[in-house]
Design a protein around this ligand. Structure first.
Ligand SMILES: [Cu+2]
Length: 481
């Protein structure tokens, strides 16, 4: 049977109203923090970032430095019309440049060039088309064709010059969140600088004073620009190399309200966010992180969602909070945790040692944040007696059927046609069936040995999964009901 999601939602509402009317029963850190040092450092390096060179001297395969536009540039050009939006390149598991030490699942590191001892970067604020998961392509705003924008990666003490070109249809600016910049470089429109008008390029210049995990975002029409996807992370490595191999990952959390069947997030939303993402992707589109047993895994979380904080929970391991956007957490102040709260407007950096092989989930523990595109106005039918409703509904809405009376886990198992663009409410196929989570959910795939940095596929455990108990087992242990 095929029904549309919209029909489903409507039918649920109709059914709920019908039941109510009939009196139906309803049942009711930064990187500078020293990694744990329990084990001697393996001699080899992280598979992807080869260098522990604290200041990679080489130039990345970067495009030539942008022409240094000056403030008194020619009059603004109109930004390109939406029909000519650049399409973000396909995202793979890694977004790492040669020499870079941070891996960005589904994302990228911003190329740079060196000139006269200064690292030069170029960000373009622009509209773009972005795929949150197959089936859900949206019109977003971001940087250099990406949302979140590419990670700015540097080393403590680096002097940087960052050009920002505005290709948006309205003024913007960039604030360097957590970086101790000179006042005039703080990026607050109207306060520390004039707005960057459409078509203009501004120059920011400062020194990264310390290692850590920071962010960048507009301080101009913040509500709109951030809601539409304008944000990025900044990773500043310590000058001293890490004492042992570290898998260093950056994940930016975001939340979007994208009404089903539409292509643009609603920047006016204050609640009912229905699409939750890590680095712009909702599970099952989130690329997994990988590590080998014994690796230090560092995950730098950022959150620039409009309203919500995210308690991010890791399976199979405990970790320590080693840094925030304020600085390193002293070793004496680190608590063992399995969940870290990442409030909006903060970064939180955790570290742990990969202890056991598996495909370990990492997800927001707010249950609505570990699901995909819900319509929150659907009626709750759990426990409702829906006998006979299908026939009645079929007369009013041909093809409709009632679902959800026994829970909502079946909603993705039904091969329903969905309005375009939209994605199923629940996650994706796992090795034992449907994984009933989506949204802000990803996996850390840990193996004894990896052959590369790509997705190693599903873990094949050497011991058995939980499975149906046998009659003998039940009898042995006195389980009679
Ligand atoms: Cu959350």
């Amino acid at each position: 049977m095929t029904i549309t999601r919209r029909t489903l939602l409507r039918s649920s509402l109709v059914a709920g109203a019908t039941l109510a009317g009939a009196g139906g029963k309803a049942a009711a850190q930064p990187g500078s923090a020293a990694p744990p040092a329990q084990d001697p450092a393996p001699p080899h390096q992280h598979g992807a970032p080869p260098a522990q060179d604290p200041a990679p001297p080489h130039q990345h395969g970067a495009p030539p430095a942008p022409p240094p536009h000056q403030h008194g540039a020619p009059p603004a050009q109109q930004p390109p019309p939406p029909t000519t939006l650049p399409v973000a390149p396909p995202t793979l598991g890694r977004g790492t440049l040669p020499g870079s030490r941070v891996a960005v699942p589904n994302g990228a590191v911003l190329p740079w060039t060196a000139r006269g001892g200064v690292k030069i970067f170029h960000l373009r604020a622009e509209p773009l088309r972005h795929q949150i998961a197959p089936g859900l392509d949206v019109e977003a705003w971001g940087y250099n064709g990406l949302s979140p924008g590419p990670v700015i990666e540097a080393v403590a003490g680096d002097h940087v010059r960052i050009y920002v070109t505005n290709r948006l249809p309205e003024p913007t600016s960039i604030h360097w969140h957590g970086i101790l910049v000179p006042y005039g470089m703080d990026g607050v429109t109207g306060l520390t600088q004039p707005a960057i008008e459409p078509g203009k390029t501004f120059r920011y210049e400062f020194t990264f004073d310390r290692a850590g995990t920071f962010m960048y975002h507009p301080h101009a029409d913040e509500m709109t620009q951030i809601a539409l996807g304008m944000m990025g992370m900044i990773v500043v490595h310590p000058r001293a190399p890490a004492p042992r191999r570290t898998r260093d990952y950056a994940l930016m959390a975001h939340e979007w309200k994208i009404p089903i069947g539409t292509r643009r997030a609603d920047p006016l939303a204050m609640n009912d966010f229905n699409v939750l993402t890590f680095n712009g992707k909702a599970f099952p589109a989130t690329a997994p992180m990988v590590a080998e047993i014994g690796d230090v895994i560092r995950i730098r979380f950022g959150n620039l969602g409009p309203m919500d904080h995210h308690p991010l929970h890791l399976h199979g391991h405990t970790f320590e909070l080693v840094g925030t956007d304020g600085g390193a957490v002293p070793a004496s102040a680190r608590l063992p945790e399995t969940t870290v709260l990442v409030p909006t407007g903060t970064t939180r950096t955790i570290e742990f040692v990969a202890r056991a092989a598996g495909d370990w989930p990492l997800h927001c523990h707010m249950t609505h944040h570990a699901m995909n595109q819900m319509g929150h106005d659907a009626a709750n039918l759990i426990g409702a007696r829906t006998d006979g409703l299908d026939a009645g509904l079929g007369r009013a809405a041909p093809g409709a059927m009632v679902m959800g009376a026994g829970g909502m886990g079946d909603m993705s198992r039904m091969a329903m046609a969905k309005p375009s663009p939209s994605i199923a409410m629940l996650g994706g196929d796992g090795p034992h069936g449907m994984i009933d989570m989506g949204g802000m959910f990803t996996l850390i795939k840990i193996r004894d040995r990896l052959t590369g940095d790509g997705d190693p596929g599903w873990y094949k455990p050497t011991s058995g999964a939980a499975s149906e108990a046998t009659p003998d087992e039940l009898a042995r242990d006195g389980i009679t009901e």
